[in-house]
Write a protein that binds this ligand. Structure first.
Ligand code: F3S
Length: 394
């Protein structure tokens, strides 16, 4: 792989140990994937933040890099395992909190913004069409590639961090035009009545196309919230990193519908929805996977107005969206009902199972997928029904 003079210097350790380690990671990746050279990136999203997933080995790795490493481009952070200021109200114990705060401190020393959200594009890290970026949150990767038209591979925690510490990534995969071509045509024959129907469709299609690039046809309109839920679902049941949607996403007009066809029928929608539902009465309700937009927070406030919650109800969003919600008055309504904002974290990366909950109601197919992996039972339902569930008289 061709390296510039500066990249050679980084690799030789001329710009510090952390930058050298980062360049070694990127050079190895470039070699594996046959990259001809590196490409500068303008934005990085780092995943691997919850102490629940990182453990002590991950914390040690970060502390080592933080000795002399510094982010060179705008870099934001995925959610952590708890609210960073109010963890006790979430029932998190002091031992977990102490470790989680050490992880955050290492990222802060690395010069990374402590944004703790999986929707960086709603919280100030907003790449534009055609920009090369290195993002490490699978739902945001799909959204960035498909809806924004930026270019990123599905980075892991270390490779995204390496991109941040050097300002570059190997030029391969979805950075190249030829790898952004769709592999399957998804003929959408089912009506899609809600963003959650898009999530169920994503779950079905992800399982079917695995790491392919679906090209959706037949969708008449799609809100940003629906595309957000679709992106997350595609990346959880499969390894999808990008999709096209005729007349909706920016690169679809340049693509031909592939010969390999996958129909998505009303029956597929019903069966997928059923598949995402276990038995049991929810004892925990959470929305915002991926983190809620202000539009979703507004809808939740309207649904909660004048009501009291009877079941623990978390609304996961970034601090940025919560700040806007405070200004326009949604927070007062939501917190007045007894529901809680879960900023900095989410129902999947927080240790919800250790808090004693058994059955989670959510409007996210991705959350259903991962909560089940943590041993919880799940109920998948639209946002409105989640609010009804949380406010039911018991
Ligand atoms: Fe975000 Fe947590 Fe879901 S990080 S995409 S809310 S699993």
């Amino acid at each position: 792989m061709h390296l510039t003079q500066e990249e050679e210097e980084l690799l030789a350790g001329g710009q510090g140990r952390a930058a050298q380690k980062a360049m070694q990671i990127l050079a190895a990746l470039g070699k594996i994937y046959g990259a001809e050279r590196m490409v500068p990136v303008s934005s990085v999203q780092v995943s691997g933040v919850s102490y629940k997933n990182l453990g002590d080995a991950g914390l040690e790795f970060l502390n080592g890099l933080a000795e002399d490493g510094k982010a060179r481009v705008k870099t934001t952070l995925n959610p952590a395992g708890m609210n960073l200021t109010d963890w006790r109200a979430q029932g998190i114990d002091d031992e977990f909190a102490g470790k989680q705060l050490q992880v955050i401190d290492a990222y802060r020393r690395l010069g990374i913004e402590i944004s703790c959200t999986c929707t960086p594009y709603l919280a100030g890290n907003e790449p534009t069409f055609g920009e090369h970026i290195a993002w490490g949150e699978s739902s945001a990767v799909v959204y960035a590639n498909s809806v924004i038209g930026a270019r990123t591979n599905r980075e892991g925690g270390p490779s995204a961090l390496a991109a941040s510490l050097t300002g570059r990534t190997p030029l391969y995969g979805l950075h190249l035009d030829e790898n952004r071509v769709p592999t399957h045509t998804v003929g959408v024959e089912s009506p899609l009545r809600s963003p959650e129907d898009f999530a169920a469709m994503g779950y079905f299609v992800g399982k079917t196309v695995k790491d392919g690039i679906p090209y959706f046809r037949g969708v008449k309109r799609a809100s940003p919230e629906a595309l957000k839920l679709l992106s997350a679902a595609l990346a959880s049941s499969g390894g999808v990193a990008m999709f096209h949607m005729a007349l909706i996403t920016p690169e679809a007009k340049d693509m031909r519908a592939p010969a390999e066809r996958v129909p998505f029928t009303a029956r597929d929608l019903a069966e997928t929805t059923a598949l995402l539902n276990d038995e049991g009465t929810p004892d925990f309700v959470s929305v915002g996977c991926p983190h809620c937009s202000l539009t979703e927070v507004a809808a939740i406030a309207a649904l909660l107005d004048g009501k009291r919650v009877s079941t623990e109800f978390w609304i996961c969003c970034s601090r940025e969206v919560k700040r806007k919600s405070d200004i326009v008055g949604y927070t007062r309504v939501i917190e007045g009902s007894g529901a809680k904002f879960a900023t900095d974290t989410c129902m999947v990366v927080a240790p919800v199972e250790e808090l004693g909950y058994k059955v989670v109601a959510t409007n996210s197919a991705k959350a259903c997928h991962y909560l089940r992996n943590s041993g919880l039972r799940v109920r998948f339902m639209p946002l409105e029904e989640c609010v009804m569930e949380a406010t039911k008289r018991r």
